[in-house]
Ligand binder design. Structure first.
Ligand code: VIB
Length: 226
């Protein structure tokens, strides 16, 4: 029997967590443009090294793909992450006088390391569907946030220093990449047992909570205490 649109179930059940993400002071600060610049710089550096690890997970997607169509698409989103998304970070860094070397040399905080290590563990031991469940909240909730901020604060965007950030994450380029991941999870879960679906949903929920912790970490500039 076909189990269609597993992504709907994921989306419905994750709403309480994503709501918290959308109301987070860091996210609201991006929208209003009042976010403290030092907090944004902290985020920029942490996110850059996060994306280096995240991009490698798309490479593991290439490895785990069982057909050329999926393999090709993982390679394309890997390319987009390195050349489109990370370019946004490089541009903001240049504005703030931060070099590429500084960005790359950033030591990940405990939360950053925990988040990427969790995804790497699933990538090493789990199925392709489990890996996609870990990758999906990052892409999907950022797209939701991008669209939300654009529709809520669209009129003041011209003077918002974080305009480029909002434009990037609400863009069609991101929308298309995210939609592909959503369609992929639907395709990969068609024949899965309820037990497997439960595991997949747990990864989706946990990485969504890590998204919250990541906002919180940047808001409070939480780093190693020693
Ligand atoms: C902590 C954190 N979570 C999510 C994203 C956003 N993001 C990461 S990969 C990707 C899609 C690539 O196709 C998107 C939108 C981020 N930058 N940092």
């Amino acid at each position: 029997m076909l189990k269609q649109n597993f992504s709907n179930r994921l989306y419905q059940n994750v709403q309480p967590i994503w709501e918290k993400n959308h109301q987070h002071p860091f996210v609201v600060g991006l929208g209003t443009g009042t976010l403290d610049r030092e907090k944004f710089i902290f985020y920029l550096k942490q996110d850059y090294v996060y994306l280096i690890d995240y991009a490698k997970l798309f490479a593991i997607g290439v490895e785990k793909a069982n057909n050329l169509k999926i393999m090709t698409k993982f390679a394309a989103v890997l390319h987009e992450t390195l050349h489109f998304e990370m370019e946004l970070h490089r541009q903001y860094a240049a504005e703030f006088g931060i070099t590429r070397a500084d960005l790359e040399a950033t030591e990940p905080t405990p939360i950053n390391l925990a988040y990427t290590s969790y995804m790497r563990k699933v990538a090493a031991n789990g199925s392709l569907a489990e890996l996609v469940a870990c990758l999906l909240p990052c892409a999907w909730d950022y797209w939701e946030i991008g669209k939300l901020l654009k529709s809520t604060y669209g009129e003041t965007l011209a003077t918002n220093p974080y305009k480029k950030w909002i434009e990037t994450y609400s863009s069609e380029t991101f929308g298309a990449g995210t939609q592909w991941l959503i369609d992929l999870i639907d395709e990969l879960t068609i024949e899965k047992s309820e037990e497997e679906l439960h595991t997949i949903e747990q990864h989706f929920q946990i990485t969504s909570k890590y998204e919250y912790l990541f906002w919180e970490m940047n808001e409070k500039k939480q780093d190693w205490p020693i």
